[in-house]
Design a protein around this ligand. Structure first.
Ligand SMILES: Nc1ncnc2c1ncn2[C@@H]1O[C@H](COP(=O)(O)OP(=O)(O)OP(=O)(O)O)[C@@H](O)[C@H]1O
Length: 245
């Protein structure tokens, strides 16, 4: 059997928008069944890194692979392995939670029966009475649950999240983090862009900080370099890693 490669592998990536260089030698890997939090100041290049993994933005040099596929060469192939939650999840207001999930799964060619959909919504923590309600009245936390249910139902090996807990209250943040822990237990490689150092320290296996276009520091949840949130906060405060309440 060929050796398993990490679902997310980025090596020495350099990427510029016109003359503005954003990434300068960024390397990052996210193994299966693990959560990596990507932190850094505003404009550090966190969302750009996600965009490169999704094949929306092309790097000038270095290599990038999603389950062994180069997203620049084969964006559709890479995206088949990815569930992506942008900061503001785009769902359909006039459709119910079940209808949204049904439609989004159909779009990705992975239609599933209602029983499976409601099971996914329940697993994501959405209350039964909300399953057939239109999304118009949903809170951001409830919308996140619908979106993550779709991601769970797709059973893809890679989950990309862009500031998923921004705007969530502490309870909804805790619920969301608990869900991510379940996703990790299924073997998914999770890459989460966030400014929320406390959440990152709570659930991530690794925290990577981007500075000057590269990962300037990585901290691990285990071993000698175990997270010291105060030290990380002090060190990276200037770089914009905020500690959320
Ligand atoms: N499509 C684009 N075209 C031109 N410049 C862009 C584009 N997208 C991002 N940029 C610029 O690239 C830099 C990095 O942006 P990016 O969104 O990756 O940062 P970020 O680390 O996610 O920031 P934030 O924490 O504020 O969301 C910024 O200076 C931004 O203005």
């Amino acid at each position: 059997m060929p050796p398993m490669t990490d679902p997310i592998l980025i090596d020495d990536l350099t990427l510029a928008y016109g003359t503005q260089r954003v990434l300068s030698g960024l390397s990052l890997r996210v193994p299966a069944g693990s959560i990596t939090a990507l932190l850094g100041g505003n404009g550090a290049g966190k969302s750009t890194t996600l965009s490169a993994l999704l094949g929306f933005t092309r790097a000038q040099s270095g290599s990038i692979a999603v389950c062994g596929i180069d997203p620049a060469a084969d964006p559709d192939g890479a995206r088949r392995h990815i569930a992506y939650l942008p900061e503001n999840v785009a769902l359909y207001e006039h459709l119910s939670a079940v209808e949204n999930a049904d439609y989004l799964l159909a779009l990705s060619g992975e239609r599933q029966p209602r029983d499976a959909i409601v099971e996914g919504l329940a697993a994501a923590g959405l209350q039964e009475q909300a399953w057939d309600q239109r999304l118009g009245g949903f809170s951001k936390g409830m919308r996140q649950k619908v979106a993550i249910a779709v991601a769970l139902l797709r059973r893809v090996p890679v989950l990309l999240l862009d500031e998923p807990t921004s705007g969530l209250d502490p309870r909804a943040t805790a619920d969301f983090n608990a869900l991510l822990v379940q996703v990790r237990a299924r073997g998914t490689a999770v890459l989460m862009v966030t400014h929320d150092l406390l959440s990152a320290a709570d659930i991530a296996d690794r925290i990577a900080f981007i500075e000057a276009g590269r990962v300037a520091h990585e901290a691990s949840a285990s071993g000698a370099e175990r997270f010291d949130v105060r030290a990380l906060h002090a060190r990276f405060q200037a770089g914009g890693a905020k500690v959320a309440a």
